[in-house]
Design a protein around this ligand. Structure first.
Ligand code: SAH
Length: 249
């Protein structure tokens, strides 16, 4: 059995209770060493075999899983944040299916939740934005043309941009070309929930110089949108003139 486990955004205590239990029970752990906090591995048993996937290819990862399976051992595949977001789990799952190895997924706290917490914000505010676009700028990984940053700009929705700290110029240019103004508020969260977390507040027009000045080139999320601004609408849920299933107006 292979358990894909979301390790959370970084802080040791932001893994789920289930995820931590699976780490304790694992015979083999393959962790994404580039971003998973190694402190989480302290919970592993003494005999647990630990591999860092940063040095491995997909074939090597699958071979370790297959060898464990043949011995009836349980493998934890530890991915940063939540495995469903840029987790590269689909390609592993397809191989496991081909080999007839059972798998299960334990969700984690994605870095985009930790970033909102660090900023003290809500991504979805009435009258401002009720949608969150999770995306990335095109780098070495291609992004479908219909999902260009420029096309997303038209929605004026909250945007959370992953994997793109090195592309601040591109983000600014494409979003402005798509219709966002230079003054659109932007926040950058570097290493959300880690001890060296940093938060920057800027505007779309000043994003490249802000990133340059602070020398942030990786492990950051770029959050764009008016939910970072002053204006907000209140929800109906707690409005005294609004009846709900539980409360009369
Ligand atoms: N599955 C992960 C994302 C993996 S992709 C998740 O749910 O968070 C890796 C990218 O995620 C990084 O380039 C960065 O954009 C973002 N990221 C991961 N951890 C982060 C953190 N603690 N703070 C800010 N960004 C983070």
């Amino acid at each position: 059995m292979v358990n894909f486990v979301g390790a959370g955004p970084g802080a040791e205590d932001l893994i789920t209770v289930r995820g931590q239990r699976l780490i304790r029970e694992a015979d083999v752990i393959i962790y994404a060493g580039s971003l998973v906090n190694p402190a989480l591995l302290k919970e592993a048993g003494e005999d647990c075999l630990i591999y860092n996937s940063a040095y491995m290819t997909l074939d090597e990862v699958i071979s370790v899983m297959q060898a464990a399976e043949e011995k009836g051992l349980m493998t934890v595949r530890l991915h940063t944040g939540d495995p469903s977001v840029y987790g590269a789990i689909r390609e592993q799952i397809e191989e496991l299916k081909r080999l007839g190895i059972e798998y299960s997924i334990c969700p984690g706290v994605s870095s985009f939740f930790a970033a909102a917490a660090a900023l003290g914000i809500e991504y979805t505010i009435p009258e401002v934005s009720q949608s969150v676009i999770i995306t990335r700028a095109e780098g070495r990984t291609a992004v479908p043309v219909r999902e260009s940053l420029k096309s997303f700009a038209a929605h004026n929705s909250t945007m959370v941009i992953f994997l793109s700290a090195a592309f601040a110029d591109k983000i600014k240019d494409e979003l402005i070309e798509g219709g966002l103004s230079q003054s659109t508020p932007v926040a950058v969260v570097y290493k959300a929930s880690w001890p060296d977390e940093r938060k920057l507040f800027t505007t779309l027009g000043r994003l490249p110089e802000t990133m340059e000045k602070e020398k942030i080139k990786k492990t950051a999320l770029i959050i764009v949108g008016n939910v970072l601004g002053e204006y907000y609408g209140r929800t109906k849920l707690y409005d005294k003139t609004f009846s709900t299933e539980f409360r009369k107006a």
